[in-house]
Every structure is written in structure tokens, then in C-alpha cells.
Write a protein that binds this ligand. Sequence first.
Ligand code: MTE
Length: 322
Amino acid sequence: MPYIKIPKGWDIPENQVTPESDYMNRRTFIKELGIAGVGALSLSQWSPDAFARPKDVEGHLAAFRAKPLAAEHNSQFTVERPMTAEVVAATYNNFYEFSSGKHELWKLMEDFQTHPWQLEIGGLVNNPMTLDVDDLLKHMPLEERIYRFRCVETWAMVVPWIGFPLKALLEKVQPTSDAKYVKMLTFWEPDVAQQQQNPRLPWPYVEGLTLAEAMNELTLLTVGIYGHILPPQHGAPIRLVVPWKYGFKSIKSIVRIALTDKQPRTFWNTLSPREYGFESNVNPNVPHPRWAQATESMIGTRKRYPTQIYNGYGEAVAHLYE
Ligand code: MTE
């Protein structure tokens, strides 16, 4: 399959990357959870750290750019906003297994081993499998899609993912007629991911979709970003991207997918069901109990946009909720 090189709108000069400062953040959520439990949570602001960008981040990214992925660009998915700079997306992440901070994950995770990596798919399926992710990459037709991505914390980005529809994998394992949900789990390695030693958090990270959501054309299993393999902080070697739902549904570094007949208990929903619903579709009209969801701010530029219902993907997904 041809590798189509798309213009690198994300390679913006350093001086155009402005500080992130005023987002709601769940660092405090986790911190307060450690101290006082869910009942004591209060509205808290993202502390105004400067967007300190260590000089060696370019060297870090160069290692991944040296591993390009052949993928056909799918021009069906266009986004009217400017692409987020690669360096911004790579240095502003959520990966609570490693830290509740955002800016240092790229550095903290440099030793996280993501190859070889096995992905198990089982539960209510006729054809369970355990696959090596490197093999999977060779056998699935990879495509590049530019999606809007909206975090529940009100920040947003536009990035080019590389992957394949989850549907393609589900068709191979053949869900049985009893299967209604798709449950996904991140690795559990408390020696490597220090935050997993916190017994108050319901590790491993679990997310889930209804089978119909999982089979939707937009639901992408992702193995690359910006033309190359995923860096660890984005969820290497394989993560989910569900663009019409808040970002916490897009589970990273998946080791197991299980088809079930019951709605799975998920990480954030277990911690605070009132704040993080199982469905969690992007909806500007339903505020989070502690902040509004009507607008969003792009990481890097801080340009603010009105949030769209289903993050602008209603045409493809609204029918799932009628
Ligand atoms: N997956 C795991 N395993 N652990 C996490 O902490 N954070 C989620 C999601 N997937 C998270 C996760 C949240 S809250 C968001 S917004 C996105 O990952 C962030 O993805 P990014 O860092 O690639 O931008």
C-alpha cells in the first residue's frame, strides 16, 4: 500500500507553541482521592505551570520519526481546524498509570517496553486469538485519519492517527450472538507504572463500548500518529480512538479485549459515576458536574471553539442513540 505523505502542518516553529495554563485537571482529583476519597472532591484549576518544553524532546521524537508506518491517508476525514503541532501533542498527555501530571510523561515513559506486545481477544467470540502487535500491523490495512479529539477536561487537539477500524478485528474473532459489549484492558505492571501501586485506584484501566459502538466505522484501533509508530505516552503499541466520546474512553496500551454480555465496570466510572458516565459522548449541553462543556481550547494555541454534539461526528453516530 502506498505511503502518502501529507503536509506536515504539525511541525510548527517553537515560538508558536504557547503555554497551556487554565484547564481543569484531574491531578487534584487523584490527589484528593488519595487523601479524602471521592466524596471530598472540589472544583480545582490546572496550576499555571509554564509549558516548559525540555530541549531534548526533538531527539525523543526523532527516534519515532525514524520508524514510519506505511498507511494510506483517508481523505474522508477532514477537520476544519489547524492540526496540533506534534511536539505539543507528545508533551501534553494523560496516562495516570505513570503520573497525574501531563508535561513530563514523554520523559517518564522512555523506558516503558512496548515490543514485543501481545494482544488477547476473547470472551464471547467463536474464534479467540492472541496476536503479536507487530504481526497485526503487517496484516491489517493501515490508514491515516485526521480526527478531532476532545478531553473531558475541555482541552482538544487535532491529530493524524494511523490504525484500522476495531470492526475489522472483531469480524475476525466473530462475536457470538450473546455479545453486547466490548471490554478493553490496559496492562497491569505496578513495578513499571508506579501509580498502579496506589490501591485506592481500580487498576488496571478498563474501558468499554457497546458492540454497536465498537463496530462503528469511526472506532479506530490505533498504532501510529504523525506518520510513525506511537510513542509510549500516546499509548504504544496499540490504543483505541473513539472521536465522538470524551478522551478517557480512548484507552491506551491495550493487552486484552473481551466481548461480554454485561456492561463492563470502567476505571473513571468506578471512581466517580456521576462525573464519568459509561457512555460519555461529547455533548456541549451537558456540563460536567464541576465545569461547563460548551467550549474547548486547543492545546498549543489555546484557540477556543464551541464544542459540537458528538464532537462533530453526529452524522456517523447519532443513529446509535435514537
Ligand atoms: N488510557 C490509560 N490506560 N490510562 C490513562 O490514564 N487517559 C485517557 C485516555 N486513555 C488514559 C488512557 C485520557 S483522560 C485521555 S484525554 C487520553 O487518553 C489522552 O490521550 P493522549 O495523551 O494521547 O492525548
